[in-house]
Design a protein around this ligand. Structure first.
Ligand SMILES: [Cu+2]
Length: 195
């Protein structure tokens, strides 16, 4: 009995040592819409995050943008890789609804790629002027704390700092929603989006 108690305490102590101090897991569910959403932590006062070195890839493959929805941290450079045998164009009419940030990356053939560094946060609706049926989204978020939900709307974000801040849910067919939360160790934020 005592031995098993000591063992349990040892395991608990070892588990605590491997976790970063003051980090929490945020989880929840987005409902009211069907398919994947993006959930992310809004800018945190007094905290800045260096742009990640890793370059996420938004491919054009099978006459589609793949993945359909790509969340990236603000400041990320995204690679647009054409994997099809036909030429594709990539442009976006706005970033976060701001039409001044519209941009046309051009048109390029198979196995070539172009890159773009997304400095402004917001949803970037991707289009191709060769194939009007092609749509995709890059969601540029201000923190490294984000997740793409599964098809049921469930998400989990690990290593979120303890504290109070806003969490946002985005869905391509719904109105974006933000929620103020206070979290320590573990927290939950559920959203019901309206169309
Ligand atoms: Cu195309």
């Amino acid at each position: 009995m005592i031995r098993s108690l000591i063992l349990m305490m040892t395991i608990a102590a070892m588990t605590m040592m491997t976790l970063p101090a003051g980090a929490a897991t945020l989880s929840g569910k987005v409902t009211g819409v069907s398919g994947a959403s993006v959930v992310y932590v809004e800018a945190i006062a007094g905290k800045t995050f260096p742009a990640p070195e890793q370059e996420p890839i938004m491919a054009q493959r099978g006459l589609m943008f793949q993945p359909h929805i790509l969340p990236v941290q603000q400041g990320s450079t995204v690679e647009f890789l054409n994997s099809d045998s036909v030429a594709h164009n990539v442009f976006w009419p706005s970033v976060g609804g701001n039409k001044k940030l519209a941009h046309n990356l051009g048109t390029w053939p198979q196995n070539e790629k172009r890159t773009f560094k997304f400095e402004a946060a917001g949803a970037v609706p991707l289009l191709c002027n060769v194939h009007p049926e092609m749509t995709g989204y890059i969601i540029v978020v201000p923190t490294p704390y984000f997740a793409l939900t599964n098809e049921s709307g469930e998400y989990k974000i690990d290593n979120v700092p303890d504290g109070a801040y806003k969490v946002v849910a985005w869905h391509e067919g719904g109105k974006q929603q933000s929620k103020a939360i206070s979290i320590a160790g573990a927290g939950q934020a559920d959203f019901t989006l309206s169309k």
